[in-house]
Design a protein around this ligand. Structure first.
Ligand SMILES: [Zn+2]
Length: 253
């Protein structure tokens, strides 16, 4: 995917809008969600669910972006692409305590908004008649709430993995913190795969999904390890900090 360098996303494949003063780059691949839903439901409900999903992704990323801005980060921007989003910024002078809060803020806002709506709908105090609005609302609520919770799993590159790195880095060397978080990620991924097998024994989709996400985190380079000078010249380090989105699709490349 992308690590969100400024300007790299412009062009015919994406468009940029501004939401709450944060530039949001929208890549055409967000529309692939509709194609994935269409075999399960009809086209019109699929479009509604996708719209709800994208609203939830934007809300989640705004949680990261607005807190990062408040803490003084520069070049804060959001990119939306297939199955999720990523918030990038330059965290100059922002300590690990605040970085922890920025990582936590995406799911926090999603759960705070999506959670009550989920329970209200489930237990009857909120009833939306079947139709487009219901599809958008359900897509939004399920994405905001359940993906919000999933994103807090201590598994890189999910937000929970970044939260673990920053929490550990308050006490120990960040490079070591990242290595420990990668080891924890393997355990979390194994637990998530086990849970997927127990609760959804007939579907391999969740298992494949978890394995792909976990592989991204486990095999990505440690951003806190300073490379030897020669390598540093060939691969200048990035300052931006990709925070995984709802779909967890991101990389440090
Ligand atoms: Zn996030």
């Amino acid at each position: 995917m992308l690590a969100g360098s400024t300007g790299q996303n412009s062009g015919v494949s994406s468009m940029t809008v501004s939401v709450a003063s944060v530039p949001v780059h929208v890549h055409w691949s967000v529309l692939l969600v509709v194609l994935i839903l269409v075999p399960q439901i009809e086209l019109r409900p699929a479009i509604g669910w996708t719209a709800g999903f994208l609203l939830a992704v934007v809300l989640h990323e705004l949680g990261h972006a607005l807190l990062a801005k408040r803490f003084g980060a520069s070049q804060v921007q959001i990119s939306l692409m297939m199955f999720g989003g990523v918030t990038t910024f330059i965290p100059t002078g922002i300590g690990h305590g605040k970085r922890f809060l920025i990582s936590a803020a995406g799911s926090a806002i999603g759960i705070a908004v999506g959670g009550p709506l989920y329970w209200a709908e489930r237990f009857g105090s909120l009833s939306i008649p079947p139709g487009d609005l219901q599809n958008i609302a359900r897509g939004f609520v399920l994405s905001a709430f359940f993906w919000g919770v999933f994103n807090w799993l201590p598994m890189l590159p999910l937000d929970g993995g970044h939260m673990l790195v920053h929490a550990l880095a308050l006490k120990i060397n960040p490079g070591t913190a990242h290595t420990i978080a990668r080891a924890v990620s393997i355990v979390s991924a194994a637990g998530a795969v086990f849970a997927a097998q127990v609760y959804f024994p007939d579907s391999s989709f969740l298992t494949i999904f978890v394995v792909i996400i976990a592989a991204q985190g486990i095999f990505s380079p440690n951003p806190y390890r300073i490379p030897p000078p020669r390598e540093r010249l060939e691969h200048p380090p990035r300052n931006d900090d990709p925070l995984s989105g709802i779909g967890g699709t991101m990389s440090d490349r």
